[in-house]
Ligand binder design. Structure first.
Ligand code: TMP
Length: 199
């Protein structure tokens, strides 16, 4: 969800992996490519209040298709560890659970965008919706999606819980109400264990 500090955590993780000599790449969505950044501006623009939820899905998916093609697949094929600051679960949580759109249709659109690529490991950097929105407001990063009401953000959080429960091997939930370094240490421990296991 928003405001949990996931971008900071993702950056610190990539720095850690790089320091260990692993080729590591950080991506973010929406955006992360020249075309994706243009799509991001349209999605985040507070003036675009009339955006239809189906348009929103297709724009997020368009940005994702581009980054999978341009960055994620090539880097994985070159042997890198790719750390994504958001991926398709955000579409399921925000557009699916938040807007109440059909999850089966969303999965089909998502699979089309990613070509079926799935993460090995996914972190839910969790905190109550009210806390997340408060942090965003304070950080001056308010955008069109933050401006959806609290009930929307609470549905998003519940959606993440459901997604995590459905695939417990892929998901790890981390309590983001703790200090940044405590959260980062836990993430690193989990990643290290997974790298060791899959070596
Ligand atoms: P962020 O870059 O600060 O995480 O902001 C991205 C916003 O877009 C955030 O509110 C979550 C939202 N989002 C979706 O609604 N669907 C998506 O598929 C993605 C990637 C993000």
């Amino acid at each position: 969800p928003d405001g949990g500090g996931k971008s900071t955590q993702a950056r610190l993780l990539v720095e850690h992996l790089a320091a260990r000599g692993l080729p590591a790449v950080l991506t973010r969505e929406p955006g992360g490519t020249s075309i994706g950044d243009q799509i991001r501006r349209t999605l985040m623009d507070l003036g675009n209040t009339g955006m239809y939820p189906r348009t929103e899905i297709l724009l997020f998916s368009a940005s994702r298709a581009q980054i999978v093609h341009e960055v994620i697949r090539p880097r994985l094929e070159a042997g890198a560890v790719v750390v994504c600051d958001r991926f398709y679960d955000s579409t399921l949580a925000y557009q699916g659970y938040g807007h109440g759109l059909d999850l089966t249709a969303l999965r089909a659109i998502t699979d089309f965008a990613t070509g079926g690529l799935r993460p090995d490991l996914t972190f839910l950097i969790d905190l109550p919706a009210e806390d997340g929105l408060r942090r965003r407001r304070r950080g001056g990063q308010w955008n069109r999606l933050d401006a959806y009401d609290l009930a929307f953000h609470q549905r998003v959080r519940q959606g993440y819980f459901d997604l995590a429960a459905a695939e417990p091997d892929r998901w790890v939930t981390v309590d983001a109400t703790r200090p940044v370094d405590a959260v980062q240490s836990e993430i690193r421990r989990v990643v290290e264990a997974r790298l060791e296991r899959d070596r």
